[in-house]
Design a protein around this ligand. Sequence first.
Ligand SMILES: Cc1ncc(COP(=O)(O)O)c(C=O)c1O
Length: 388
Amino acid sequence: MAIYLDNHSTTRLDPRVLESLLPWLTDHYGNAGSVTHDMGREARAAVDVARETVAAAIGGAAREIVFTSGATEANNLAILGAAARRGVARGHVITVATEHHAVLDPVEHLERIGFAVTRLPVAPQTGILSLDALEAALRPETFLVSVMLANNEIGVVQDISAIAERVHSRGALLHVDCAQAVGRLPVNVDALGADLASFSAHKFHGPKGTGCLYVRRRERAVRIDPLVYGGGQERGMRSGTLDVPGIVGMAEAARLAVENLPEEPVRLRGLRDRLWRLLQAGIPGIAINGPPLHDLALRIVNNLNVRIPGVDGQSLLSTLGGAGLALSSGSACSSESPRPSHVLQAIGLDEDQARASLRFGLSRFTTADEIDRAAQIIAAGVASLRSL
Ligand SMILES: Cc1ncc(COP(=O)(O)O)c(C=O)c1O
């Protein structure tokens, strides 16, 4: 069995989640939109309960949840939907150089069709966004700012509530990509001050292909245009037959993530720190990318990202892959492209350093034995590559 340490890319489905969603894939296959009969009504009821559960897990209200196919779609809906609502391709959007491509690419699309865009740099090494830089970039015509909560490569956690204050004081909307945060730190859309927030079930032991966009409907209600038109599902915000098993599974995964919140991050942090200690002992010259591990407010507990001088990144990854280690050297979502990680470059690494970096993501199912074996395999791999 592979040692799976690529949990920022995706996570294993929790068996309890599988159990919760299976009946909706088999016997209970009604369409949640067909409420003229019992099978449709029971599917609708299951979606209603799931919507409540997901909303409660993130501190929102059920009517603020728009189910999507994942965080990519949620990010696109937030960014393109906020822009489309304006009716004209005018205005200014701010985002950050270290965002996921599921934010950077829709923003780039807006730029191509006429919107002004600012991509803010981050601090070298830590990846922290400067509030002063944000403040200076805000313009009267800025209508949207998109900043992620926890970074999928270097784990940096941005100070979203402070960012929200600045953004709101200038009358713009704040979108927050929360894909990597659920189950690793408490996520509350009110405490964050998010107007729009994206989530993805498969990042917290739920099924792939389901996520949601939180759209604030209480005070400061937010209006965005849909991207997909059709049957008018999700209050017209996202047409298409609802994925009942995915939605039920996402809700169970969210419930478990919140239920495990007090203990799971502590355990993950212990394992992550153990991994770092072992790597540090076994690999001379190894260094951390991203904020310091001990600063709990600045870095998610299940993330480690290291650079290993004196080895070629591609050779290292193929050596480790051959030894049964599943991990990544950049954002897995872009690993088909051989380009070095834009996040690592944004924090000051050159191309070779970025290529010779490894990203570890730990999960609920990671064991201490796996950590010990992984560290041994990596130290041995590095030693053999360095001796060539
Ligand atoms: C921060 C972040 N946003 C968005 C996504 C895309 O999520 P999904 O796979 O649900 O489309 C990812 C996946 O890697 C991510 O890490």
